[in-house]
Design a protein around this ligand. Structure first.
Ligand code: DHB
Ligand code: FE
Length: 284
């Protein structure tokens, strides 16, 4: 049986990708940020997941304002890195896992959790930066990746509770796939940041660190945070944090915290990162 063995949450700030691509990770500005991912890289190299499901948001790259799916699952065989205005990042093409993705699509829809099926999609920094943070700069990504895009760009985004429940449905879906696969789920985005208007540059360390505690130990309380609280406390782009709840819902109710990192700033953003392992006996 396939099994979701662990979850990784991390911010996906595009400037982090630029720093990696341009070989600037040792610069004084960036060193403390990347130092917090060294253990993570060793951890995932040891874990050797068979598949990664990456929950991320498209930043009006693949989806324009013409079509805005709330949840979109990538079922294609590959997903090229997107040109976000200055050429595509020099990272490998993301190889999908159509067999598992189609199984997940069927399971979710029959579980009454309708999602959009995507057969062609370029993936932007929301997906590629977390892969770079965790896997470095390989010739090819070490495992197939299933993108799961969540709309947090155009109001109304899904609630945190809906995202937690999507994660639980994802766990049921993966658990009913009849091949032995060890799957890791990424939740990306956040933490507090606001890129626009009077409060641009907003950072809220207290909110972020409480959220890190809740995502590990009390996801139901995190799932009850209303949109307006994300906006008020974590800035207009802090809503990206609802995607961490999909990751958390996909794990067992009790988890083991492997690693945590919090760093301010990267570009305009407070960077948060946490790794959680599922407890086998307590699976949903
Ligand atoms: C920044 C952060 C993001 O999450 C994003 O999607 C774009 C920019 C930033 O801090 O610059
Ligand atoms: Fe973003």
């Amino acid at each position: 049986m396939a099994e979701i063995v662990a979850g990784v949450a991390t911010s996906h700030v595009p400037a982090i990708g630029v720093a990696i691509d341009q070989g600037r990770t040792d610069e004084p500005y960036w060193r403390p940020l990347f130092a917090g991912f060294e253990k993570s890289r060793r951890w995932i190299a040891d874990l050797k997941p068979d598949v990664a499901i990456v929950v991320y948001n498209d930043h009006a790259t693949a989806f324009s304002l013409e079509i805005i799916p709330t949840f979109a699952l990538g079922c294609a065989t590959e997903f090229p890195p997107a040109d976000e205005g200055w050429g595509a990042r020099p990272v490998p093409v993301v190889k999908g896992h159509p067999e598992l993705a189609w199984h997940i699509a069927q399971s979710l829809v029959l579980d009454e959790f309708d999602i959009t099926i995507v057969n062609k999609m370029d993936v932007d920094h929301g997906l590629t930066v977390p892969l770079s943070l965790m896997f470095g700069q390989p010739e090819a990504w070490p495992c197939p990746v299933i993108p799961l895009a969540v709309n947090v760009v155009q109001y109304p985004p899904p609630t945190g509770n809906r995202c937690l429940n999507l994660g639980r449905a994802l766990r049921r879906a993966v658990g009913s796939f009849g091949r032995d696969l060890r799957v890791v789920v990424f939740g990306t985005g956040g933490m507090s940041h606001q890129l626009q208007a009077q409060r641009a540059g907003l950072i809220n360390r207290e909110f972020d660190n409480r959220f890190l505690d809740l995502i590990a130990n009390d996801p139901e309380t995190a799932a009850a945070i209303p949109h307006v609280d994300y906006l008020r406390e974590a800035g207009s782009e802090g809503i990206e944090l609802v995607m961490w709840l999909v990751m958390r819902g996909a794990l067992s109710p009790h988890v083991r915290e492997v690693h945590r990192h919090y760093h301010v700033p990267a570009s305009n953003t407070a960077v948060g990162h946490i790794i959680l392992e599922s407890e086998r006996e307590a699976s949903a």
